[in-house]
Design a protein around this ligand. Structure first.
Ligand code: ZN
Length: 178
């Protein structure tokens, strides 16, 4: 019952750069648990702290291998190109084909302070890149070309997201589950 409301496009918190995490305390551990609960309820496969209104560099995910969380993540390498239909829990019900690097190497810390390092490909890589964007205050519509973005913004205005927004499709944050 500790789930958060997911912030939707138009909320200024989604446009702010998140801050580095310097301490892992009980409150942060609770935040991670609550974010995971919120993500599963949505349902989604990834969720970044700014999406629940918290300006911290942290995201959680589960691509079917169990819940994970990463603190102060950084993409240290990226390669290739991959076109994929991407959605976002903060832009509910909509998705667009977006090109991003196909593979990335991401590093960060877990809640115990241990180093995390993943070489991710395709779906997982896309998810990580999408969540990293949230930590920079970037939404997926900024990854669209000008014309597509204008049309997207019009659609979003017409839909008037809010507490009584449109029914959500089962898109995960960052990608559509196969
Ligand atoms: Zn998102």
């Amino acid at each position: 019952m500790a789930g958060y409301d997911i912030r939707v496009i138009g909320d200024p918190v989604l446009r702010q750069k998140a801050k580095d995490i310097t301490d892992v305390d009980d409150a942060l551990v609770r935040l991670v648990d609550d974010m995971l609960e919120t993500m599963y309820e949505a349902p989604g496969i990834g969720l970044a702290a700014p999406q629940v209104g918290v300006q911290k560099r942290l995201f959680v995910w589960d691509v079917g291998m169990g819940p994970e969380a990463i603190i102060n993540p950084e993409i240290v390498e990226s390669d290739g190109e991959w076109l994929f239909e991407e959605g976002c829990l903060s832009v509910p019900g909509l998705s667009w084909e977006i090109v991003r690097p196909k593979t990335i190497h991401i590093v960060g810390r877990d809640l115990d302070g241990n180093e995390m390092s993943f070489e991710a490909d395709e779906l997982e890589s896309r998810l990580f890149q999408h969540e990293m964007d949230h930590l920079e205050g970037t939404l997926l519509i900024e990854r669209l070309d000008d014309e597509t973005r204008k049309a997207a913004l019009k659609t979003i205005r017409d839909l008037q997201f809010g507490s009584n927004g449109p029914a959500r499709r089962s898109t995960g944050d960052g990608l559509t589950l196969p």
